[in-house]
Ligand binder design. Structure first.
Ligand code: XMP
Length: 509
């Protein structure tokens, strides 16, 4: 295992993902984790992340000095490299010239880190301080025009440092450098595979749960689906999955989830589908304010689940689909507060259970998908795009009615079909149809119409915090628009949303 020690850098998760891409297991921990804990984990290597501080600031995060003496290989990145230099007697100063972005770096190929890297290579820099001189016993292994120590190493102590960010894709040969560190310096064998994660997890879940009863809220999204299948493989019918169909799902989605997890599907588990459509429509009648709608949908979910949980009675474990980014964002590692899954927030308080189980707690989203495929979950479920907990409720502007749900479901199904036909589905971050609250005049045949306008949205995004409008082929948009007005009753106009995020949000409400 490799440990990433987080000093507040924005790429801490990315470093861990890159290491895992080398098939080496990796965890992110706070820089303050302590020597004993590190020793007990017995890592083959440690990577220090970047961070926003200056090493000579009073409150700047530091590790214990003994860490450098444990004989465990360390790679310092950006702030991590400056910290290594500073704590071992080198000099760190404000750089006369800050470097940001793509920068040409000259590397010494005698360094094991750079053995197969081009002598001149492009890397990604982002720093205002720099290492002015390396500590004694260290050798400078890379430099740029403005940075005299862009890389340094002390081979005997297995200490390595780079000022740039090998983990970001703009560092063109960064993956080579990271794999050189994990394989050649740390001696990792690269045999960590998703298959072994799946097998090991099923085995340890079985041991932990014994004859206990487990309850899972299944949304049909990838995280809860993969968690449910892992548990089903581990304990079969000791697992009950409750799936609430709130009538705000995409077209046929409720039946699709039932086909996979229900009694006719391939998995052994108790599946409870609650058809709560009518309840939701009633609660949402006359409500137009977006936050109010969200609140009603969320609260009703809790109520429905509570009723089901009461029927089931006390359980030993409640499953949550928490994944690694949630764990990292909510305070890191062991000390992490349990963060409720978006779609099941608030559940713990209404279920009588002893302990929460989070089988995906250590996986990134793409790894959850790999585990899903490994478990034989259908691809359309595994690659499902994100779908918000409040569902179509926040894609129908204004009051939600059964009729409007039907319109947006049909329009969205056509849009998704056309996108899939054009082979664009895997390349887009998120795409959907929404129903505007606007009606306008049109003409169909020789008749005047006065119908709704559907808005199509498609965005590309890496983190859903910001998003760009997707530019996709005009003919796909035109075919989609013409199919929607022809096939979906109640629609006479189709628009494409050109707003990025910010200033827009991805969803309409
Ligand atoms: P916005 O609209 O805030 O959406 O730009 C960002 C991402 O979050 C999803 N989203 C939600 N997911 N519960 C969820 O589970 C919610 O209440 C919710 N609201 C927005 C949205 O689909 C997009 O991927």
């Amino acid at each position: 295992m490799i440990i990433v020690l987080d000093f507040g850098g924005q790429y801490n998760q990315l470093i861990a993902r890159r290491v895992r891409e080398c098939n080496v297991y990796c965890e992110v921990h706070p820089y303050s984790i302590g020597l004993d804990k590190i020793r007990s984990m017995n890592p083959k290597g440690i990577i220090f992340t970047g961070g926003p501080n200056s090493v000579y600031g009073d409150d700047s995060p530091r590790c214990e000095k003994e860490l450098f003496e444990l004989g465990i290989p360390i790679l310092g990145i950006c702030y991590g490299s400056q910290l290594m230099a500073y704590m071992l007697g080198g000099k760190v100063e404000t750089a006369p010239v800050s470097e940001y972005g793509k920068t040409e770096v000259e590397v010494d190929r005698d360094s094991v880190l750079f053995g197969d890297v081009s002598a001149q290579t492009v890397c990604w820099m982002s720093h205002t301080d720099y290492i002015a001189s390396a500590p004694d016993k260290f050798r400078v292994t890379a430099h740029t025009a403005a940075c005299p120590v862009a890389g340094m190493e002390c081979r005997e102590q297995k200490l390595y440092a780079v000022q740039f960010h090998p983990e970001v894709m703009h560092t063109q040969e960064g993956m080579k450098m990271l794999s050189n560190f994990v394989y050649k310096v740390c001696g990792c064998s690269g045999d960590w595979r998703m298959g072994s994660f799946v097998e090991d997890t099923i085995k340890s879940l079985r041991e932990k749960i014994g004859g206990g009863k487990v309850l899972c809220a299944l949304s049909g999204g990838v995280d809860s689906s993969v968690a449910a299948v892992l548990l089903s493989k581990a304990i079969g019918r000791q697992l009950t999955c409750v799936f609430v169909d709130h009538g705000l799902l995409r077209k046929n989605e409720g039946d699709e989830v039932e086909a996979v997890f229900g009694p006719n599907g391939p998995y052994e588990l108790n599946f409870v589908r609650v058809n709560a459509q009518e309840r939701y429509y009633k609660k949402l009648k006359g409500v137009t304010e977006p936050e109010r709608k969200r609140k009603i949908i969320g609260e009703e979910f809790i109520r429905v689940f509570e009723e089901e949980a009461r029927k089931i009675g006390a359980v030993d474990y409640l499953v949550q689909g928490t994944i690694y980014p949630d764990v990292i964002e909510s305070g890191l590692g062991e000390s992490a507060v349990i963060k409720s899954h978006h779609n099941v927030g608030g559940l713990p308080s209404v279920v009588d259970f002893k302990e929460i189980i989070e089988p995906l707690r250590l996986l990134f989203k793409d790894e959850v998908r790999k585990a899903g495929l490994e478990l034989g979950i259908p691809e359309y479920l595994v690659y499902r795009q994100p779908f918000p907990g409040p569902g179509l409720g926040i894609r129908i502007i204004g009051e939600v009615t059964e009729e409007k749900v039907r319109i947006v479901q049909d329009a969205d199904a056509i849009y998704r079909e056309e996108i899939a036909n054009a082979g664009l589905d895997k390349g887009l971050g998120q795409y959907f149809a929404a129903l505007t609250n606007m009606r306008s005049v049109g003409v169909m045949g020789d008749e005047r119409t006065y119908d709704y306008a559907v808005a199509l949205r498609a965005v590309n995004t890496s983190d859903f915090m910001t998003a760009d409008v997707a530019e996709f082929p005009w003919d796909v948009l035109r075919t989609t628009a013409s199919r929607i007005v022809n096939e979906v009753k109640g629609v006479n106009r189709v628009m494409y949303d050109l707003t990025s995020k910010p200033p827009g949000t991805i969803e309409f409400e």
